[in-house]
Design a protein around this ligand. Structure first.
Ligand SMILES: *[C@@H]1O[C@H](CO)[C@@H](O)[C@H](O)[C@H]1NC(C)=O
Ligand SMILES: *[C@@H]1O[C@H](CO)[C@@H](O)[C@H](O)[C@H]1NC(C)=O
Ligand SMILES: *[C@@H]1O[C@H](CO)[C@@H](O)[C@H](O)[C@H]1NC(C)=O
Ligand SMILES: *[C@@H]1O[C@H](CO)[C@@H](O)[C@H](O)[C@H]1NC(C)=O
Ligand SMILES: *[C@@H]1O[C@H](CO)[C@@H](O)[C@H](O)[C@H]1NC(C)=O
Ligand SMILES: *[C@@H]1O[C@H](CO)[C@@H](O)[C@H](O)[C@H]1NC(C)=O
Length: 471
């Protein structure tokens, strides 16, 4: 019945087209077909002939790449394509009537599509798929292959690191339909499609079996269907073998070697001493590296540079190591001058007039403003007004001055503010650069000390041996 109606409608449309475009049946068939198909199509309608039957959706997964295995956050990131195939009862046509148009590509938001989602998604947007077109065949079969970056939660167990296998599930199912309405069927017995898989440097892919689960919960009679793929990966140990295991085995075997030497040979003690030295050196180098990094990342608003660090790391040590900074020469003379200047600065600060100190302005600024306005106005108005109850220059300067002068005072204040800001920014940049330079100095100092230490220890051990070359 429905089909006949459909056919009638198609006929009617064809007749209409004949009237509108006389003399040609070979019109734009695809356009006509799309108009007819989508005219009365409802995106929300589950496209089945008999509503009490479930719609079968063949489901598959093509794994392209394992992007990341995040052990700390227990998240597996993969690049994969979903593969959904179903038959839409409302999207069928007779191809001979439409100039042999066999298939159409339609955007998914114009069609009903199964709301299959990955249940254990850890993506910010939950569904990480790209909505590609659906390929619709003349017999109603729809093929939808959305690619996507999937972030799935995965219980990662690193007990056997670096010899561990991980099993990560990707569970897919319809979010709203139960098994009586939408039935998922695995499209391949072997599980996921791995033919396009790009091998991963850190993980070896063992396999990706898929399984369909049908669960009936105690609460409700309807079954719930999901398809779960398990990505089975094994860590490639070669990297960890050379970078972790081999050095450990070598060091420990060298320590053991000491015990195989006969006690009366003097080298037994020397070898042990040498190992102790090296171990001490490695440990202290780690500590000093931490100090260097700490200095390097300090900023002005959190750390103030103590005077002794300034003297030692910015002046004496760089001078001894022959280091220099662009724009700042470091010689004995500059170091002396620096300390002299500091003293002068302190003295100057204490000799600055009381008023200037309180207002935090320099004496010469006051003089400039006096010249600009009227030198007597400001000092006299400041004098009696300030001492008693005026709180700002502005307040103090108001009585007896014209508005023009008041504006000048305001401009002076603004200027003072801007200058202070710039001065502060400059000072902060200077402090950061100072810390960075201090870090560099400590680094250089350690390099020299450790090099000397290594050379001395090696030479001392070699020389203390009774004979170096076996004869
Ligand atoms: C629809 O399907 C149900 C169960 O399969 C069947 O009992 C019923 O007769 C079908 N109805 C039609 C109109 O085919
Ligand atoms: C398609 O249409 C042609 C001509 O109108 C007809 O001969 C053919 O039987 C139709 N095929 C189907 C499957 O209805
Ligand atoms: C629809 O036609 C294609 C070939 O054009 C065929 O592979 C597919 O199985 C058909 N689907 C149905 C549901 O008949
Ligand atoms: C202010 O300027 C006058 C000359 O205009 C000068 O004699 C005086 O010393 C200056 N005062 C200060 C504190 O610089
Ligand atoms: C500036 O001061 C002089 C005296 O030093 C005075 O004669 C003159 O009126 C003052 N000008 C203003 C605008 O206050
Ligand atoms: C400031 O002091 C003057 C007297 O010198 C007084 O008349 C005035 O009320 C005071 N203003 C304030 C806000 O205290």
């Amino acid at each position: 019945m429905v089909r006949r109606k459909h056919f009638l409608r198609q006929l009617l449309a064809a007749a209409l087209l004949l009237i509108v475009v006389p003399g040609s049946l070979q019109g734009p068939h695809e356009k006509r077909l799309l108009t007819i198909l989508l005219e009365s199509y409802n995106v929300l309608e589950r496209p089945v002939a008999n509503e009490s039957e479930p719609l079968e959706v063949k489901f598959g997964l093509t794994l392209q790449q394992i992007i990341d295995v995040d052990e700390k956050n227990q998240i597996l990131t993969t690049n994969a394509w979903l593969n959904l195939e179903w038959t839409d009862y409302n999207l069928r046509w007779n191809e001979t009537e439409y100039g042999g148009v066999k298939d159409l590509r339609i955007t998914p938001n114009k069609l009903w599509k199964p709301d299959v989602l990955m249940y254990n998604s850890a993506d910010e947007g939950f569904d990480g798929t790209f909505q590609t077109n659906v390929v619709v065949k003349h017999n109603g079969s729809c093929l939808y292959i959305p690619p996507g970056i999937f972030k799935s939660t995965c219980k990662i167990d690193i007990t056997w690191f670096p010899f561990d296998d991980q099993h990560c599930d990707m569970k897919f199912g319809s979010w709203t339909h139960d098994g009586n309405q939408l039935d998922l069927i695995l499209n391949s017995d072997t599980g996921g499609d791995l033919s396009d898989f790009i091998t991963n440097g850190e993980w070896y892919l063992i396999g990706m079996p898929g399984k369909k689960n049908t669960i009936v919960y105690a609460c409700c009679p309807e079954p719930y269907v999901d398809v779960t793929f398990t990505i089975q990966i094994r860590r490639r140990t070669l990297y960890y073998f050379f970078n972790l295991i081999v050095p450990c085995v070598l060091i420990s075997s060298m320590a053991l070697l000491g015990f195989t030497l006969p006690p009366d040979s003097g080298e037994k003690l020397t070898l042990g001493t040498y190992f102790n030295c090296i171990m001490f050196m490695v440990a202290s180098s780690v500590v000093l590296t931490v100090v260097v990094l700490n200095y390097h990342h300090r900023t002005a608003d959190i750390h103030e540079m103590p005077q002794w660090i300034k003297t030692v790391f910015l002046q004496w040590l760089p001078w001894m190591l022959g280091m220099s900074r662009p724009g700042k020469k470091i010689t004995r003379k500059t170091i002396m001058m620096n300390s002299r200047m500091k003293e002068l600065e302190l003295k100057e600060r204490s000799s600055k007039s009381l008023l200037a100190n309180v207002l935090d302005i320099d004496d010469d600024i006051r003089n400039v403003s006096g010249v600009a306005g009227n030198s007597s106005t400001m000092t006299t108005s400041l004098g009696p007004g300030f001492g008693r109850n005026a709180t700002t220059i502005e307040d103090a300067a108001i009585p007896g001055t014209s508005t023009g002068q008041r504006d000048l005072q305001l401009i002076l204040k603004e200027l003072q503010f801007i200058t202070n800001r710039m001065k502060k920014a400059d000072e902060e940049a200077e402090v950061i650069s100072d810390w960075k330079f201090a870090a560099m100095v400590v680094d250089r100092f350690c390099l020299i000390i450790f090099t000397l230490f290594t050379i001395i220890a090696t030479v001392a051990v070699l020389l203390s041996a009774p004979h170096i070359i076996v004869q």
